[in-house]
Write a protein that binds this ligand. Structure first.
Ligand code: NDP
Length: 315
């Protein structure tokens, strides 16, 4: 038989959005329970150095920052649990959620902060240097600064890839963009901006075969032309992947309004309200535009304040 727990506030996900929501909800005495999810700490745990989060004047590593956020949430007695929520039922006034260990939770409010996952190519060499923090990244705004004055390669042809290539072009001596078809997916204006940037070289019909390195750091990329099969090696110190993100929202699709790519839609602009009363969203699960730790933290705060006011109005 499953163990049913009745609580005021359930937070799903443990990135900056979830922990910030937890800090606010705990300090408001909502006794939040937070499930860490499949990737405790979220996307920041794959980021080496975070230099753009206000307050860390000397920078901080992503994993360190997430440990500090977790400890701050626990300091106010957030019940942080390993494991993940794998099923929800938002059809009633009480929101039912099930954890992977069989616990059934009945919550007055739920804050969804399940984030999004950057897509990667899935090559073994890519994953190796990603896990080593050796020069593979899915976020130019986060990591581009470390490659200033150096050469980088970026994969992708959508708006994100164009935006990130342009961002990198201002820091790097050269950016090589690998586009797998003979055209961009990005909007005309974004693609045009990239084409007009002198230090961006675009290689069409080109795919990545291997990320090259010295065992610790990236030194180049082996790519091939998918029309001619010709192979080339491009020297670089940073390999950026910008082939899209997938919001982690599958379990909510029967209850919440999602856009065509799966991002949760806000019911009221400028708030964290979803279309279900008592269910709020924070961070990248609803944000395909900014995707920054600081914006996720900001919306986490909003979600906790909205949840607190929702509960206060009910009692
Ligand atoms: P998209 O899904 O739009 O584009 C992904 C790109 O990655 C495509 O060009 C795709 O190629 C390429 N790709 C996918 N898999 C691979 C692979 N295995 N190897 C090589 N290339 C691959 O994702 P984005 O993140 O760019 O954009 C998501 C949404 O956000 C879009 O609606 C976009 O318009 C929006 N956005 C808007 C911005 C703005 O307006 N400022 C900024 C950023 C995003 P192919 O084309 O061949 O399928």
């Amino acid at each position: 038989m499953s163990d049913i727990q009745r609580i005021q506030c359930l937070i799903i996900g443990s990135g900056p959005a979830g922990y910030t929501a937890a800090i606010y909800a705990a300090r408001a005495d909502m006794k939040p329970v937070l499930y860490e999810g499949l990737q405790p700490g979220g996307q920041l745990t794959t980021t080496n150095e975070v230099e753009n989060f206000p307050g860390y004047k000397d920078g901080v590593t992503g994993p360190e920052m997430m440990i500090e956020l977790k400890e701050q949430a626990i300091r106010f007695e957030t019940d942080v649990r390993p494991g993940f929520i794998n099923k929800v039922d938002f059809s009633g006034e009480v929101h039912k959620c099930w954890a992977d260990d069989g616990t059934e939770i009945h919550a007055d409010t739920v804050i969804i902060s399940t984030g999004a996952s950057a897509k990667y190519l899935g090559l073994e060499s890519e994953q190796k240097y990603l896990s080593l923090g050796g020069g593979v990244s899915a976020c130019a705004v986060c990591d581009g600064f470390f490659y200033r004055g150096q050469e980088t390669v970026i994969v992708g042809a959508g708006d994100s890839a164009c935006e990130e290539a342009h961002y990198l072009s201002k820091l790097c001596t050269k950016v090589t963009m690998l586009v797998r078809r003979d055209e961009f997916r990005a909007s005309k204006i974004m693609a045009e901006r990239v084409r007009k940037t002198e230090n961006i070289e675009i290689l069409y019909n080109t795919e990545t075969k291997e990320v090259l390195g010295d065992g610790q750091l990236v030194t180049g990329v082996k790519a091939f032309n998918n029309k001619t099969n010709e192979e080339i090696e491009i020297s670089c110190t940073g390999f950026f992947v910008a082939i899209g993100h997938k919001p982690n929202t599958d379990i909510f699709k029967d209850y919440l309004k999602l856009d065509e790519t799966g991002y949760i839609e806000y019911e009221r602009p400028g708030s964290s309200y979803t279309n279900v009363d008592g269910v709020f969203v924070a961070g990248d699960a609803a944000d395909k535009t900014y995707r920054q730790a600081v914006t996720a933290a900001g919306t986490g705060c909003m979600a906790a304040l909205d949840a607190e006011r929702y509960l206060a109005a009910k009692h």
